[in-house]
Design a protein around this ligand. Structure first.
Ligand SMILES: Nc1nc2c(c(=O)[nH]1)N[C@H]1C(S)=C(S)[C@@H](COP(=O)(O)OP(=O)(O)OC[C@H]3O[C@@H](n4cnc5c(N)ncnc54)[C@H](O)[C@@H]3O)O[C@H]1N2
Ligand code: MOO
Length: 463
């Protein structure tokens, strides 16, 4: 980093501190996504919002200035980075959850596919009282013999309606006299409690359009409509490369070593975002191992964690440069997570570099990986929505902040312990609130990003 770069970094810290003081908020280290405690206001002049952030080039690199991308713009770039989803494939229903339909779902049968009883009771023909047939009709059996006027037959919910039935009498609405004849205790309306064939759809009716996300309910509808497989877009393949010599995969932190929080967190989240996670590899801080892993990977998306900044073992930038990768986003004006990056490794292969701080990684996941995977998996963007904020949230002077919130009675309640290295808040959050530069006051409407764990980690077992 150059001397001038260092001065700009100092200015930014002053501006951040001043912004917090102006709002009457205390500067709490690691709880604001900013860089620390306030310095005297006389230390320097304000840095304009458009000033480029400095970045060293890593070990042995030359210093350069680069402009971080505004948060909304970064999401847009990520959404457009991948050119198209994969080629549609035929997928068995038990593997289709979370995929997107590549063809409309058209009914392969009438639903119901025969006239069926909606209730347990009797199928009756004509006005009562009725003589009752000895043998009843159960679901799953072939067509029963037709009824004649004045006749009834015991019937179960879901059983086929005998021909010439005029209504179904519920079991609680009929009584037998001493001669075994059936009487209705309620008025019987013609056709009552009969579900006619084709009531829900006729064979060939369109049920769901192309592009529908396969939810559990879609699986149920597809099965009911006669499907064993559906045509769907394949999951983009993602590989996770966890960087850092300091990471442990078990036990408690000790001797300067810490637990890897991202290895367990990212795969289910990526899956919830539509990806198939093909590998999670821990590479330490070995630059050559990173280079080889990137050269060898055939994943659609490589996600790295850590090593995005300019520390002595932050290898991501130099290795990307060495590989001739195209940096599409190099830093984002968002806190936490501002060193996040997006690169094109090959024509159809992208890399999202998530910062190592765990909440910063979540920020990068939702800012860059989510829009990229959305395009690759053919999903449509959720309708944006906003909610009023419950309490004041201090802002960064120039950057967007993403703050974990819980949603309570149509308000977003910001959570504490939201520093870049902390997961306590996001672990109980429903969503992230998008806080504009300068912060937000109670009642102010903020865009809300739902956290994508509706389907996280669901492994469907069919036995
Ligand atoms: N001189 C500057 N230093 C830093 C800046 C800056 O602007 N100038 N930005 C800071 C910010 S903000 C972030 S975020 C981090 C990003 O750093 P890296 O992406 O290079 O990540 P690391 O240095 O490897 O790690 C940062 C931090 O996170 C811990 N970590 C890493 N991986 C994991 C993991 N899998 N599970 C749990 N914790 C992890 C790591 O031990 C570090 O404490 O850079 C700042 N520095
Ligand atoms: O603000 Mo960093 O991106 O600590 O997380």
């Amino acid at each position: 980093m150059t001397a001038s770069g260092q001065y700009e970094e100092v200015d930014l810290a002053v501006e951040e501190a001043l912004a917090l003081v102006k709002e009457g908020g205390a500067v709490v280290p690691d709880d604001s996504g900013t860089t620390g405690s306030p310095r005297p206001a006389s230390a320097s002049a304000p840095t304009p919002a458009s000033a480029p952030a400095p970045r060293g080039d890593g070990p042995g690199g030359t210093a350069e200035h680069h402009a971080a991308t505004p948060w909304q713009q970064a999401r847009g770039v990520a959404g457009r980075a991948a050119r198209r989803p994969g080629t549609p494939v035929s997928v068995p229903l038990d593997a289709a959850l979370g995929l997107v339909l590549a063809a409309p779902l058209t009914a392969l049968t009438d639903l119901p596919s025969f006239d069926t009883s909606a209730m347990d009771g009797w199928a009756v023909a004509g006005p009562g009282p009725w003589d009752v047939r000895a043998e009843g009709v159960l679901a799953g059996h072939d067509a029963p013999a037709p009824l004649t006027d004045g006749e009834a037959v015991p019937i179960a919910t879901g059983a086929r309606i005998p021909q010439d039935t005029s209504a179904v009498l519920r079991s609680e609405h009929g009584r037998s006299d001493d001669n075994g004849r059936l009487h209705a205790t309620r008025k019987v309306v013609h056709g009552q409690d009969i579900r006619p064939r084709g009531q829900e759809c006729r064979s060939g009716d369109p049920l769901l359009p192309l592009g529908t996300l396969v939810t559990p309910a879609v699986l149920g509808l597809a099965a009911a409509a006669g499907y064993d497989t559906v045509s769907a877009l394949p999951r983009p393949r993602a590989e996770v490369l966890v960087l850092g010599d300091e990471l442990l995969t078990g036990g408690r932190p000790h001797d300067g070593l810490i637990r890897d929080a991202l290895g367990p967190m990212l795969p289910p989240w990526l899956r919830a975002l539509g990806a198939e996670v093909v590998a999670v590899r821990r590479l330490g801080d070995d630059a050559q191992a990173l280079r080889k892993a990137l050269e060898d990977s055939d994943a659609d998306l490589v996600v790295t964690t850590g090593g995005t900044a300019a520390g002595p073992v932050d290898h991501v930038h130099p290795i990307l440069r060495g590989l001739g990768a195209e940096l599409l986003v190099d830093g984002v004006k968002v806190r936490p997570g501002h060193p996040m990056l997006l690169a094109r490794l090959k024509e159809n292969q992208h890399l999202v570099g998530l910062p190592g701080n765990p909440l910063a990684a979540v920020s990068g996941l939702l800012t860059l990986a989510e829009p990229l995977l959305r395009t690759l998996s053919g999903r449509t963007a959720p309708e944006p929505y906003a909610l009023p904020l419950q309490d004041t949230v201090h802002g960064h002077p120039y950057d967007t902040r993403l703050v974990p919130v819980v949603l309570r009675e149509d308000r977003a309640v910001p959570l504490h312990y939201n520093g870049p290295a902390m997961l306590r808040s996001v672990a109980v959050a429903d969503a992230l609130a998008v806080v504009p530069p300068g912060g937000a006051r109670p009642g102010q409407e903020l865009e809300i990003l739902d956290l994508p764990w509706a389907m996280a980690g669901i492994e469907v077992c069919f036995t």
